[in-house]
Design a protein around this ligand. Structure first.
Ligand code: HEM
Ligand SMILES: *[C@@H]1O[C@H](CO)[C@@H](O)[C@H](O)[C@H]1NC(C)=O
Length: 509
């Protein structure tokens, strides 16, 4: 990312100026060697540490891959990296992940400060970035009970099925086209995920006014700004100088405009409302009870988009890509879905999903190979703590490489292969769920900071994928022989190329 550019950049005057600044900071830090520093110096750590930037030059354009390779050599359980000014512990084994996310969960449940995140979420008063403490506890409970709990998710079912209907109508039109035009399935998933979240969180208003497009646009900028390895996060002293910060301030104003407008509209209709309740209604009705300011409410609303949209689309995109690469798995899934749903039905409904065990196995397998957040969201330790025989000092940033853990040959047979059947085995099916009970498989994390959106994400994933494979057979476009799996790192990791596929209506439907 940008940090790398800086390291390898030709020596522009600006870069030289920044480097000089880094040296001053480093000198300052070296002079104040603390107890924590002494503890850190005992942790396994790669050599090749450079002044000022530390190990930052070892983190390539796909950090989950380079961190896995470094860990193999220098610290298979835990390894300390100096990323700029920030000591960062990289956790790469199920055992160490269990120590951090279960045994000592309460000591590792905070989040590091992020300058950009602070601006975008009004001082990190959303859920995902809030430091461990009372505010985080209250708001996590709030989003869980009022939006994301299984019962709440079920109550949104009609809206979700309506979004599926819209997608199916588009696909039927494409399938009827004799030119066999390919559909951009990645984009289809992006808008589906966006619209489902939009509907549940903001209600029908923006969706009907066609403003869901705008939320997508804002979210794309948002993720770019927050994404990857942001320079100000690793050189906090630079936060005020950084261009990203200025862009974040601008973006925050745009969020404020649309959300203030929506909140006003919700507030004014509240008195005589007989419509279905959406999440803004809920937030307004519990605002006093949870003592939230309007800025807190906006931060929480944006958080739902930020945490829920791209994660869901990426999971779907990878699942479909893997199924296209493995026709036997696709055939098996289609046989299951077509067998479970009544023939000739308008669509697979959420009632039908319960019996589709291969669908659920395929979802888990896609998430094992391609967790949407391969490094999750960084944690921060709040006290000294022993992990795997090492003492991790308070205030250490912790990255858990769930991507590496999910592909480790020590835990998984044919680790790099897409084999949904592994999750059908009785023992695996029972324990290796999405809830973070098996530390070899952590697509949603585990412990206190675990994703609260698992039910929401799972049903959103299942209902659209089941319908896509029920109604259509899928082919690669003319002239294309495989799906390009090249990855790109940003806010998350996704396939770089769009997934283009041709839908065909099978004869028997
Ligand atoms: C396939 C879809 C999804 C995946 C793979 C996913 C994964 C994750 C992961 C790995 C974390 C970080 C856990 C940690 O740091 O320990 C997380 C946090 C979070 N997710 Fe999800 N997520 C998904 C969908 C959703 C949805 C749909 C929502 C809500 C609409 C959501 C809301 C959140 C929130 C609010 C957090 C922060 C929790 C906290 O800091 O306490 N996620 N998610
Ligand atoms: C939060 O929002 C309020 C009102 O817009 C503003 O005065 C305050 O500076 C913001 N705080 C942070 C940390 O961004």
């Amino acid at each position: 990312g940008r940090a790398m550019d800086l390291v390898s950049a030709s020596a522009t005057p600006q870069a030289l100026g920044l480097l000089l600044l880094f040296f001053l900071v480093a000198l300052h830090l070296a002079a104040s060697s603390s107890g924590a520093e002494k503890l850190r110096s005992k942790l396994p750590s790669p050599p090749f540490k450079l002044p000022v930037i530390g190990h930052l030059h070892l983190v390539g354009s796909l950090p989950h891959v380079s961190l896995r390779d470094l860990a193999r050599k220098h610290g298979p359980d835990v390894m300390l990296l100096r990323l700029g000014a920030v000591p960062t512990l990289v956790v790469s084994s199920p055992r160490a992940a269990k120590a951090v996310l279960r045994t000592h969960d309460h000591l590792f449940a905070s989040r590091p400060h992020s300058a950009v995140g602070d601006i975008l979420s009004n001082g990190s008063t959303n859920v995902a970035l809030a430091p461990y403490g009372d505010y985080w506890r209250r708001t996590k409970k709030l989003v869980t009970t009022h939006l994301l709990a299984a019962r709440k998710v079920r109550s949104n079912r009609a809206a979700r099925e309506q979004e599926v209907r819209l997608v199916l109508a588009r696909l039927r039109a494409a399938a009827a086209d004799t030119a066999r035009t390919a559909v951009d399935v990645s984009e289809l998933f992006i808008y589906f995920a966006n619209d489902v979240v939009c509907q549940a969180v903001l209600g029908r208003l923006p969706r009907e006014a066609g403003r869901n497009q705008m939320f997508r646009e804002l979210l794309e900028i948002h993720c770019k700004l927050l994404g990857g390895f942001n320079l100000p996060d690793y050189f906090p002293i630079l936060a005020r100088l950084d261009m990203v910060t200025a862009k974040a301030v601008k973006l925050k104003r745009r969020w404020d405009d649309v959300l203030d407008d929506l909140i006003d509209k919700h507030a004014s209709k509240m008195a005589n409302d007989d419509e279905e309740e959406d999440f803004i209604d809920v937030l307004l009705s519990v605002q006093q009870e949870y003592s939230l300011t309007r800025d807190n409410i906006k931060a929480i609303l944006v958080d739902m988009f930020e945490a829920g949209t791209d994660t869901t689309y990426i999971a779907l995109d990878y699942a479909m890509a893997e199924l296209m690469r493995k026709p036997q798995a696709m055939a098996k899934l289609q046989a299951e879905v077509r067998g479970c749903a009544t023939k000739g039905k308008e669509m697979v409904t959420e009632d039908d999903l319960g019996s589709m065990s291969y669908l659920k196995a395929a979802m888990r397998e896609a998430m094992r190979l391609h967790p949407s957040g391969p490094l999750m969201i960084p944690h921060l330790s709040v006290a000294d703590c022993g992990v795997e025989g090492h003492t991790i000092p308070s205030g250490t940033r912790v990255i858990i490489n769930v991507w590496a853990i999910g592909r480790d040959a020590a835990s998984w047979k044919d680790a790099e292969e897409f084999v949904p059947e592994r999750f059908m085995e009785e023992a695996m099916d029972a324990t290796c769920d999405l809830q973070g009970n098996d530390f070899r498989f952590l697509p949603f994390g585990s412990g206190r900071r675990m994703c609260p959106g698992i039910s929401f994400a799972a049903v959103t994933f299942e209902i659209i994928l089941a319908n896509l494979v029920y109604h259509f057979n899928w082919e690669l476009p003319e002239g294309s022989s495989s799906v390009d799996m090249t990855e790109e790192f940003g806010f998350d990791v996704h396939r770089k190329e769009r997934l283009l596929l041709v839908p065909r209506v099978p004869h028997h439907l």
